[in-house]
Design a protein around this ligand. Sequence first.
Ligand code: CO
Length: 501
Amino acid sequence: MQTLPSPHSAEATSSPSFQIDDWRSGYRSQPEEYAYWIDDIEGEIPTALEGTLFRNGPGLLDIGGHPIRHPFDGDGMISSIAFKDGKAYYRNRFVRTEGYVAEQEAGKPLYRGVFGTQKIGGLWANMFDLRLKNIANTHIIYWGHKLLALWEAAEPHRLDPETLETIGLDYLDGLLQPGDAFAAHPKIDPGNPDQGQEPRLVNFSIKTGLSSTITIHEFDISGNCVKSYHRSVPGFAFMHDFVVTPNYVVFFQNPVSFNPFPFVLGMKGAGECIQLNPKAATKIIVIPRNGETPVQFIDAPAGFVFHHANAFEQAGKVFVDSIVYQGFPTLDEGTTYQDVDFSKVPEGQLWRFTLDLDTEAVDDASCLISRCCEFPTLHPQQVGQPYRYLYIGAAHRPSGNAPLQALLKKDFETGEEHVWSEAPRGFMGEPIFVPRPDGTVEDDGWVLCLTYNAARQCSDLIILDAKNIQNGPIARLKLKHHVPYGLHGSFTSTYFGPTAA
Ligand code: CO
């Protein structure tokens, strides 16, 4: 099987757009929990922006002074920023998972992390300890009147949307059993109001081993599960994300193998036992949402995908836009994430795969954004639909791997790219597109992004006009502290801040 050709014409030769110590300083533990009105603001918060931004990510990079091996092993900490009448209220709290509470009390790691964090005591303390610590650190969604912190290998934690206090594990009204997985990348199918279709939250869970079972759940706007169906797929499956269209859910089964022995023997985390096989094909798994028609498997060029941007059906084909890495990023023996040499790690690039379901083949695979990019977002009404605009975190320079420092807006109709960069001392998190309530066109809205400002050693929430991102933020809300680099978040139009300033 061929591999995807590199779209680079030349390697980056210019000096880096950042200092490595600046980048590292965004990975400091934030043990404090805050709640305050944001009063240090450049520009103005649009008064039409009303609702709450929730965001999840590792809040601690150490446990009692013992560094964790990878940020993906860090305890989930939720930030919320509630907007109303041109004002904004910030709050953060750790998810009180069983592991977080026990380890904070003990002052040391009591669990092994999936990405290599080990208990104190070396091999003998870690061998055959296969317990997972549900760290609730990947995503957070508000759906069906529930705020849920997600981590893909275990049950969601339910939180109070106003105080962010942890209510407990949530079994989705009996849908999940203790220990069941629930993925961290739910998609909201906006439905088609003209056909009387309401929005649905669609998510999956996976059980994997020598073969794998994917279970898909669909929830109505009240949070009731209205449909569950499962399909078996051959082989080990590492799948973090998926896409939804009106008729299909689509997964990419990365060509990876899993050797459990170093994990079982206590030498490595489970996530460190995954290897990409560049000679094998990526299997694209197309599952009809009617729950009846058979699954289709389509071979695609090898590559590694964590995240998809979107998918849509058009002219009898299915188009899937995904961020593809030419290799699976791993850490060398004896090094930590802080030592990463960006030039030696493959960057993510946005590719569009055209699937012909009649011939069960990939008709075309084209690179649409060659600049290093991650964390895509788009207008929520375009999810699963043909769309014109994508917003995505990107590197400052057009080629080569580097931390995300910029926001890129792609216009698929004209091919144009507009970029706003926070370099040299700013670092970009996941952007979130929020539509203007009375907006009429696809880019009528704002892009919200929590950034890290190494000059202040603090984080900023920036708000950009989605029509003119190249002009920079229309408001910069300066937090009083830093929030470590995080993962995913979401916006709800419900305001969960205090009643009065
Ligand atoms: Co993710």
